[in-house]
Ligand binder design. Structure first.
Ligand code: TYD
Length: 222
């Protein structure tokens, strides 16, 4: 039996983590074996790499790319493959689409080579459904900063190297996501991120629900 693999993608402040959590709760309520993961992270090695990757410590663009891929390779081996094998619904907060968008479009690294590295790290297993929460970067970044403000955390101390990038970088990242959606309409679905949480939640559920193994069999069409 093989499970269902769902990824959330989008720019900073688009609401991915909120929606990934809501979806995981909904699935658990319906008694589906559910695993919620995030990239980078969700393994011992991944959490270790995450601390460096989202800090403001120096790193070259190529090393950054390879560390995201290393975190992903570990996640596939440690979590994604075994859980899918066990029939779980695996939800991943960011996946290969983020590398294409941030390192490819954002940092201007070669997208063909990134795709090759993505194939290598995933051993070719991509999400059955990718939900792109699309948001104007100016709004997304403001939301991300407000989130820190609400947590009473000083922005300079806690925002990551990507949130510190200029708006033009985030505009390129957004284009990277949208172009992936345009090129992969069978498995990618775009949702306007700047809507009330409950509205986005319903849109997410309307896409996920038909794919669930209600009768013990995972549907493979979106
Ligand atoms: P995170 O705190 O998870 O951001 P968010 O809450 O916005 O999802 O930090 C992860 C950061 O890493 C995010 O800014 C995007 C970036 N990233 C990449 O640049 N490449 C990647 O392959 C991945 C997975 C993330």
């Amino acid at each position: 039996m093989s499970g269902l693999f769902i990824a959330f993608e989008g720019g900073d402040g688009a609401g991915k983590s909120t929606q990934a959590n809501i979806l995981a709760e909904q699935l658990q309520k319906h008694s589906f074996r559910t695993v919620l993961l995030r990239e980078p992270g969700s393994t011992t090695l991944g959490d270790y790499l995450r601390r460096y990757l989202i800090s403001d410590q120096p790193i070259s663009d190529l090393a950054e790319l390879l560390l995201f891929e290393a975190s992903r390779a570990e996640l596939m081996a440690d979590q994604v493959y075994p859980e899918l094998e066990a029939g779980a619904v695996v939800i991943c907060d960011r996946f290969t689409g983020s590398t294409v968008a941030y390192q490819g479009y954002g940092r201007n690294l070669d997208v063909k080579q990134i795709r090759w590295l993505n194939d290598l790290a995933t051993i070719g297993r991509y999400p059955d459904l990718t939900l792109l929460l699309d948001i104007d970067p100016a709004i997304g970044l403001e939301r991300a900063h407000n989130r820190l403000f609400q947590l009473s955390l000083p922005i300079g101390d806690t925002s990551d190297r990507f949130e510190e990038e200029e708006l033009l970088f985030h505009d390129r990242v957004r284009r990277g996501f949208v172009e992936q959606w345009e090129a992969n309409q069978k498995t990618w679905h775009k949702i306007e991120g700047n809507q009330p949480i409950d509205v986005v939640k319903e849109l997410v559920w309307s896409k996920v629900s038909p794919m669930l193994p209600w009768d013990g069999v995972v549907a493979n069409t979106v």
